[in-house]
Design a binder for this molecule. Structure first.
Ligand code: PEP
Length: 251
């Protein structure tokens, strides 16, 4: 296998100490022994340490949901990439559509975060995706390509040797609407082609995850597409049984 599939659970701003303890216990028990996919969970920052202590000795990894675009200093409320690395994160999500839409994050800021994540020895999971309006007006490729190229222009294509891209159509996030496996595959292939035009070796190795209402019922079909290398899962990752079933849909 050139690319080991990855399934990441993005818990967003959900849960409390006890919910999270139960969720991690459920995932650990449910996953059991060997699993084909690499498994990552993305708890709210204040619970990273708690989750880290629960998953020690397992195959599960932890990720930040976001990080600051500055290294350190007077940025009240922010969490730096080095802090995430310090508590054991191996990945950090950046450019999630909720960050782009609600916190007005721009490509340039996202690229800064990308650099800091790698400088601290972690792997960025760069989210890209179009809105429904952009898809309906036939602009999906331009939007997604533009988001990706904006970061590539800042960090260089070779930086994507150690990065993950998550294609998350905004209209499918938390809505129950899922891109069909064919729609998703088409965009994933487009993303890979775009990277291949710059550096084919990077494109071959690059994991492109699908995100947007992934559920146990649709995961296998999505993950069996040739350019879909796993998923970024929101809602369904908050239920251990569902998340485990999604992870096990990678065969
Ligand atoms: C997400 O938040 O990245 C996501 C894909 O959410 P959901 O699975 O709930 O659509």
């Amino acid at each position: 296998m050139i690319r080991r599939p990855l399934v990441a659970g993005n818990w967003k701003m959900c849960g409390c100490r006890s919910d999270i303890q139960a969720l991690v216990d459920g995932v650990l028990v449910g996953l059991g022994g060997e699993i084909a996919a690499e498994v990552v969970v993305c708890p709210p920052a204040v619970y990273l340490d708690q989750v880290m202590s629960q998953i020690i000795g397992s195959e599960i990894k932890i990720a930040g949901q976001n990080c600051a675009s500055a290294e350190k200093g007077a940025y009240t409320g922010e969490v730096s990439a080095s802090m995430l690395a310090d508590v054991g994160c191996q990945y950090v999500i950046i450019g999630h559509s909720e960050r782009r839409q609600l916190f007005l994050e721009q490509d340039k800021t996202i690229a800064e975060k990308f650099k800091l994540i790698q400088a601290n020895g972690m792997i960025p999971i760069l989210c890209v995706g179009e809105t429904l309006e952009q898809r309906q007006s036939d602009n999906a490729n331009d939007v997604v390509g533009g988001q990706l190229e904006a970061v590539i222009d800042e960090v260089g294509v070779n930086a994507f040797f150690d990065a993950v891209v998550a294609y998350e159509p905004v209209w499918a996030i938390g809505t129950g609407l899922t891109a069909t496996p064919e729609q998703a595959q088409e965009m994933h292939a487009y993303i890979r082609t775009l990277v291949a035009r710059k550096e084919s070796g990077v494109a071959e190795k690059l994991r492109v995850l699908y995100g947007g209402s992934v559920k146990p019922e649709n995961a296998r079909k999505l993950f069996s597409q040739s350019d879909i290398d796993g998923g970024l899962v929101g809602g369904a990752s908050l239920e251990a049984k569902k998340f485990v079933a999604i992870v096990k849909a990678v065969i």
